[in-house]
Design a protein around this ligand. Structure first.
Ligand code: C2E
Ligand code: MG
Ligand code: MG
Length: 765
């Protein structure tokens, strides 16, 4: 509120002093000249309290400390006389008004005895007018000043809010309440958030700090607690709370802050549809809010909403980055972060790494939507069965990890793991049909000083695979034996890398023959490693390491190029032999781009027609990236290169998947072939695959033939292509030379004498 008196600084104060001096000179005998230019305050002689109280709008005129009159805003009297201590006084009153006519004070001139002449009255009026003018100017000036200060305040808050993030949000909000409280002279400032779902107003930040009672009556307050909180629920414009009729509210504030009588204001933080919360201020006693203050606060409120929206968006992005879409559990990145924090704090942690047994089969069988339901159900079960100090994450697929805090003994951790296996393994209901499943768990206990979370996870993974190998549905703790196997594996990895980069690999070739005639149909290239200390190793001794470490990609390139080089040499040496070389490729090779181009290039360099080569791939490669694999296979087909599905029957490739892929051969897995005469189900599988081959017009090759009875059975079932130790082990090119020269092996050697080969029957022709 603008105030002028002889102490007012600037032009207004100067003019006021001038008026007072001039009046005493031009109005002879004027003893008391009083100016009240604000209805809030008074200079000597006026009772500020009574004038300022809302609704009263009057002031008392004192002479010699005695009340002689009451000045009202609406009915300002122009003059009166009175007697004080036996002395008569004449009092002249001139209203001081703003330009819009609002009376905001009065010029009072009093002197003893004499009657006022009309000149004196006119002069006083003129001075009143002058003061009105002065106060108008002063109020404009101070409004401008106030506005500038408010603008500065808004600017300062804006700058701070702009640089805030979710990390320092709390500090910035508290800082904002402090700055606003100080600027507005408020005794308390606070920011509350509306939780519309729970029907609560929640304290977010406040100033000054207080001793918070427990429970805090101001912490989370239901909207229906009292009319003030009810008003904040859907507040759309500033709300000014007085002292009347809000008894409940005042009691609550008193209980929470110890402050009895307050007046307050709430400015809403508006989201488009709803009220996000309120920015509130309390004054002990009363405070008159100006329109400018309230609109500055509204501006700040809207910046706070923007800040919150930005932080929400940041948090959402962060949430997405750290959580798994499907189950809502933390993801791998979040797990590693948590693990690192725990390790850094030397908190003993057990890692339980688990994986559903045969999830892939279940997923294929039930369909993806139901597979997802299995995963979300299991995630929910994990969430509800872990303790507050545990941390659960989904790594992807059917792999979950639980970090168990406060670990006791290894036995206790194992007990926890088995308890979880029980919870997870409970059947899941699909529309009345119960689906049962099990899981396996690998456990690692962190040791003091262990820092590398990724390494720990790797160990848990090793233990998990041990659990799978040992028959699934169990938990295995990573121990010394497993640790030794890991180091053994890293040593293998190291030397294998050297072998691939150097000259350590060889290719051996195993003949595939017509079981009826012994005619050589193809050779399968099988990689061998000339190990520096362990001698020549078969692929089975190192292919898993190569696949797990990714070395198989480089190895595969060497194998294919070498097979092409060798085939080109043989084609020169045995130009009449229509030899086909079959080369194995691992799933990892199918995900690396440029495979078809690489094959094409090798064929061109060695001038080999595509149909002389056949790529063997397992069902896993078919299944892992079906679309990309299909594209690659089409690329091979365009080059004339044939494709065989190796170890067929062990994976889960379905008839429909095969039907759409350009595949030429199915290779019966050797376990079925070897059981063909002893195990009826092996025989049934072989029979079914041979029939599938017929239906799809695919050649069927039996591998792993170790005895002559197998040949008979295969021929009886209609399969006449075969390879196996019985006829020939894989051999080096030199060792293979006699077979190549003959273009056949002597098959009759391996058949019981005198037996008529069904090969000659019509069916197999
Ligand atoms: P595969 O492709 O199914 O190869 C057949 C495996 O069975 C070979 O083992 C072979 O030596 C062995 N074998 C052949 N006949 C018989 C038999 O009558 N009885 C028995 N018990 N085994 C027989 P190897 O060479 O150790 O290869 C194992 C697996 O490693 C191969 O299975 C193939 O999947 C993979 N592999 C071999 N060479 C390569 C390669 O160059 N690249 C890739 N990616 N994988 C390869
Ligand atoms: Mg093979
Ligand atoms: Mg095989």
């Amino acid at each position: 509120m603008t105030e002028i008196n002889d102490m007012t600084p600037g032009v207004a104060g100067l003019q006021t002093r001038l008026v007072i001096e001039t009046i005493t000179q031009v109005v002879p005998g004027a003893e008391i000249v009083e100016i009240v230019a604000s209805l809030d305050e008074s200079i000597s002689g006026f009772d500020a309290e009574s004038w300022a109280a809302p609704g009263t709008e009057h002031a008392l005129v004192h002479i010699r400390k005695r009340v002689v009159g009451i000045l009202g805003v609406q009915n300002a009297i122009s003059s009166f006389s009175c007697v004080v201590s036996g002395v008569a006084w004449g009092v002249l009153v001139e209203p001081i008004a703003l330009q819009d006519g609002a009376v905001i004070g009065a010029l009072v001139v009093a002197r003893q005895g004499r009657v006022w002449s009309s000149r004196e009255r006119a002069l006083t009026r003129a001075f009143g007018g002058l003061l009105s003018h002065t106060v108008t100017l002063a109020s404009r000036e101070s409004a401008l000043l106030d506005q500038r200060r408010l603008d500065e305040l808004v600017g300062m808050v804006a700058e701070r809010l702009m640089s805030a993030s979710s990390r320092n949000r709390q500090d910035v909000l508290t800082w904002t309440t402090r700055v606003l409280a100080e600027f507005l002279g408020a005794d308390v400032a606070f920011l509350r958030r509306n939780d519309h779902q729970r029907g609560l107003s929640i304290l977010e930040a406040e100033w000054p700090p207080r001793d918070i009672p427990r429970p805090d009556p101001l912490g989370e307050v239901p909207f229906d607690a009292d009319p003030v909180f009810a008003a904040t629920k859907n507040l759309r414009k500033p709300y000014l709370a007085g002292v009347d009729g809000e008894v409940d509210y005042l009691e609550r504030v008193e209980k929470g802050s110890g402050v009895p009588l307050v007046g307050g204001a709430c400015v809403p933080l508006l989201l488009s549809e709803s009220t996000w919360g309120v920015l509130g201020f309390l004054h002990f006693g009363l405070h008159k809010w100006t329109v400018e203050e309230l609109s500055a606060l509204q501006a700040i409120a809207s910046m706070l909403v923007q800040l919150q929206a930005r932080i929400d968006a940041e948090e959402r992005t962060e949430y997405i980055a750290l959580h798994d879409d499907l189950t809502g559990l933390p993801n791998r990145r979040s797990l590693l972060r948590e693990l690192e924090v725990r390790l850094a704090a030397h908190r003993e942690t057990a890692i339980l790494f688990f994986d559903l047994d045969r999830f892939k089969v279940m997923n294929d069988f039930l369909g993806h939507a139901s597979g997802d339901r299995v995963l979300t159900t299991i995630a929910d079960r994990i969430r509800t069965s872990i303790r507050p100090n545990d941390f659960a994450a989904r790594l992807g697929g059917d792999e979950f990890v639980i970090l168990v805090g406060d670990v006791g003994s290894e036995m206790e951790v194992a007990a926890t793991a088995y308890r979880l296996l029980g919870v997870i393994g409970e059947p899941i209901d699909f529309a009345g049909q119960e689906v049962t499943h099990t899981a396996s768990i690998g456990i690692v206990l962190s040791t003091p000083g262990m820092k590398n979370g990724i390494e720990l996870l790797g160990w848990a993974d090793v233990a998990l695979y041990a659990a799978k190998r040992q028959g699934r549905n169990q938990a295995v703790v990573f121990d010394e034996v497993l640790r030794e196997s890991v180091s053994e594996r890293s040593r293998t990895e190291l030397t294998l890398r050297e072998a691939i980069e150097g000259d350590g690999l060889r290719l051996h070739y195993q003949p595939e023959v017509d079981l009826r005639t012994g005619k050589l149909l193809a050779v399968e290239a099988l990689v061998r490693w000339q190990h520096p200390t362990r001698g020549l190793l078969p692929a089975s001794a190192f292919i898993t390491v190569a696949e797990e470490t990714g070395l198989v990609v480089d190895m595969g390139r060497w194998v294919f190029a070498e097979a092409c080089r060798q085939l080109a040499a043989w084609r020169r040496e045995y130009p009449d032999l229509p030899l086909v070389v079959r080369v194995n490729m691992s799933p990892a090779q199918f995900v690396i781009s440029g495979l078809v181009e690489f094959v094409e290039n090798c064929l061109r360099v060695h001038r080999i027609p595509g149909e002389r080569l056949c790529i063997e791939m397992t069902e896993h490669a078919v299944l892992q990236e079906p679309e990309q694999t299909a594209r690659i296979l089409q690329g091979f087909q365009a080059l004339g290169v044939e494709v065989a599905i190796d170890d067929f029957g062990t994976g889960y490739a379905s008839f429909t998947e095969l039907k759409h892929l350009p595949v030429n051969f199915l290779k019966l897995d050797q376990t079925f072939v070897q059981g063909i005469n002893s195990d009826p189900s092996d025989k049934a599988i072989v029979e079914a695959i041979i029939q599938l081959g017929r239906a799809l017009d695919l050649g069927v090759i039996a591998e792993g033939i170790e005895c002559s009875a197998t040949i008979d059975k295969l021929l009886e079932l209609g399969c006449h292509r075969g390879q196996g130790y019985l006829m020939s082990v894989p051999m080096s090119p030199d060792e293979l030379a006699p077979v190549l020269r003959a273009g056949a092996i002597e098959i009759s050697k391996f058949r019981p004498a005198g037996k008529v080969a069904p090969a000659l029957s019509e069916r197999s022709l």
